[in-house]
Ligand binder design. Structure first.
Ligand SMILES: Cc1ncc(COP(=O)(O)O)c(C=O)c1O
Length: 441
């Protein structure tokens, strides 16, 4: 009998221990959930503040408009959110705009020094430049339109193909100008949110295509995530929307990803844009190239200014294209530096997104603002990407040349210590984000 009681006691004790263990686990999960809820509430609060701010601005515009009573911008322009990249006060090591901070080909600088008055007083002729770029890329000249940076290429596509009632599809987070130029035409933008891993949302993008879709913009590698879409995914999207101008932005193609260049002229609705602002180190020169089927570009040329590409850059173009040795040397340093920066994050268990571009996005949570400020104090500019959809708490850092990466890693390590940084886990906050497509007008 006593033995039986003992056995019962031991069983009960065991059950109590298991229960206690389970309760502790539940408690831990509860705390984790509470933390996530807290983070979500913070984000909602921030969103509401931004909304309030936007409404105030809109009211202000309305008031001004009523007071003036005269000329009004188009409604699509009045309701457009303003985009002010933080261009002011950028002294120091500029690791905030994904520029090539190593410089540019010395051959370009040489030609620049020899600029004549004629280059400046003559209207620039773009066609010879298009011949050069076409030859370098293995395309027909009619398949190349040189533009005032990729920015102008996006603008021209929107001008050429979008009408009110049409829709542009973009996967966010991504480069802001797609949305801005599309909305400015008075048409709508449908955004598709990337998942928690900030991967290209292929299935959702495919599913969001409708007969109204007239433009699709995809950056691969993407900014600010560094993620790529595979060649198969991109081809499937181009083919699934023959009524839409599909722009594949290959601004960062030197650093990773698969180009669709061989499909130019094969797929009539495919456009690719390339820039001289990144690997070539010529962001101040403002040169981009829109590549597409000759018949489509013929239409795009109708809305393009004949002089938007300046004469100075056109005289330097061949030298820039020829000096592939410079590009290869710079790209090699970036890839090396990118691997080191990613390793830095791994070693400290700082969440980051593996990148195929010349920058890396990482999560610093509540320490984000302090880190950006501390880095600036140390003479290094890095970019706060907190406002990008799905990037709360994130900072993007451009990778420079070897010496710059060494300096970055040293200063980053010291800056983290100086602000008392402790790793935060990114809340699984995507339940609160519109995973399905969202329309903006
Ligand atoms: C994806 C992407 N496309 C285009 C650009 C701008 O290119 P450009 O300087 O030729 O206008 C940027 C600049 O950051 C970018 O990130």
């Amino acid at each position: 009998m006593v033995a039986l009681l003992w056995i019962l006691l031991v069983v009960l004790w065991g059950l109590a221990a298991i229960l206690g263990f389970k309760l502790r686990g539940i408690n831990r999960e509860r705390k984790e959930l509470e933390k996530q809820i807290e983070e979500l509430e913070k984000q909602i609060e921030e969103g509401e503040k931004q909304l309030e701010e936007g409404e105030k601005q809109f009211e202000e515009i309305e008031k001004q408009r009523e007071a003036i009573g005269g000329l009004r911008a188009r409604r699509a322009v009045e309701t457009l959110k303003e985009y002010h990249p933080p261009l002011g006060g950028r002294e120091g090591l500029r690791l905030d705009f994904n520029e090539n901070v190593d410089g540019c080909s010395p051959r370009v600088l040489e030609l620049l020094r020899a600029t004549t008055a004629e280059t400046l007083n003559k209207y620039p002729e773009r066609e010879p430049g298009e011949l050069k770029v076409a030859a370098a890329l293995g395309l027909e000249p009619a398949q190349v339109l040189l533009t005032n940076g990729v920015d102008e290429a996006i603008h021209l596509l929107a001008e050429c193909y979008l009408e009110p009632g049409d829709e542009t599809l973009v996967a966010v987070p991504t480069f802001s100008m797609y949305e801005i130029y599309a909305l400015a035409t008075g048409s709508a933008v449908r955004t598709v949110q990337a998942n928690e891993a900030l991967e290209f949302p292929y299935e959702a993008m495919l599913g969001a295509i409708t007969p109204r879709t007239r433009m699709i913009c995809i950056a691969s590698p993407n900014n600010p995530t560094g993620a790529i879409a595979t060649r198969e995914q991109l081809l499937a999207i181009v083919q699934a929307a023959p009524q839409a101008a599909v722009l594949i932005d290959e601004a960062y193609i030197h650093f990773g990803g698969e180009s669709l260049l061989d499909q130019i002229g094969v797929l009539d609705n495919l456009f690719i844009c390339r820039t001289f602002s990144k690997a070539y180190g010529l962001a101040g020169f403002r040169l981009g190239a829109l590549l597409g089927a000759a018949g489509q570009l013929h239409m795009v040329r109708r809305v393009a200014s004949p002089y938007s590409v300046n004469g100075v850059v056109l005289t330097c173009l061949q030298a820039a294209l020829d000096d592939q040795e410079y590009i290869a040397g710079y790209v090699e340093q970036v890839l090396e530096g990118r691997a080191k920066l990613e390793q830095f994050y791994r070693e400290r268990r700082i969440p980051y997104w593996p990148s195929q571009a010349n920058f890396v996005l990482a999560y610093f949570g509540d320490f984000r603002q302090a880190l950006v400020a501390e880095m600036r104090r140390r003479g290094i500019l890095v970019r706060d990407r907190n406002a990008d959809p799905g990037c709360a708490g994130c900072v993007r850092i451009t990778v420079g040349n070897r010496a710059q990466t060494e300096r970055l890693l040293r200063e980053l390590s010291e800056a983290l210590a100086a602000i008392g940084f402790v790793v935060q886990q990114r809340a699984a906050n995507f339940g609160a984000l519109p995973l399905a497509a969202k329309e903006t007008r």
